[in-house]
Design a binder for this molecule. Structure first.
Ligand code: GCU
Ligand code: CA
Length: 131
C-alpha cells in the first residue's frame, strides 16, 4: 500500500542483517538488528505536508523480554517505544505511534537503548493526517 516502507529496501538502513528465516514477513526480508544498544533501523519517509503522522511498526519479538528503543525523527528523539514480546519470531504484530513530520523527506530511526537491541523489524507504515 502507499506509505509502506520495507526495512530491507534502500534507502532504509538496518544495522544488522536482512534475514528471511522467520516466516510471515512482508516483502523480501526483515531487519534483524545486531543485539546491541544503538544498532538502529532507519527509514526515510516522504510526507506531502507537515503534521502528525501515525506510524505502524511491524515487528516480531520472540525473546523473553520487551525491547526498548528511542524513536528519533530527523535527528531528534521524540519518544520511546517498548516492543513487547510476541511469543515467537514468526509472530508479527504492528505497533502504532504518532510522530511529527516535516513536509518532504524525513528520517525515522528506531534506536535501541539496551544490549538486546531491536526486535526483528519488518516494515513501517506511515499515514499523515487521518489519525
Ligand atoms: C534469534 C532470532 C533472530 C533475532 C535474535 C535476537 O537469533 O533467530 O531473528 O534477531 O534471536 O534475539 O534478536
Ligand atoms: Ca537481533
Amino acid at each position: 500500500p502507499p506509505g509502506r516502507y520495507e526495512a530491507e529496501a534502500a534507502p532504509a538502513v538496518c544495522q544488522g542483517t536482512i534475514d528471511t528465516n522467520h516466516a510471515g514477513f512482508s516483502g523480501t526480508g526483515f531487519c534483524n538488528g545486531t543485539n546491541a544498544a544503538g544498532a538502529y533501523a532507519q527509514f526515510t519517509v516522504n510526507a506531502s505536508a507537515a503534521g502528525t503522522a501515525t506510524l505502524g511498526i511491524r515487528f516480531a519479538n520472540g525473546a523473553s523480554a520487551a525491547r526498548a528503543a528511542n524513536l528519533v525523527v530527523n535527528g531528534s528523539t521524540v519518544g520511546t517505544v517498548s516492543f513487547e514480546v510476541t511469543g515467537a519470531w514468526t509472530t508479527w504484530v504492528t505497533k502504532t505511534v504518532t510522530v511529527p513530520l516535516n513536509a518532504g523527506g524525513n528520517t525515522i530511526r528506531l534506536d535501541p537503548t539496551a544490549a538486546d537491541g531491536l526486535p526483528n523489524v519488518d516494515y513501517l507504515d506511515v499515514s499523515v493526517g487521518a489519525a
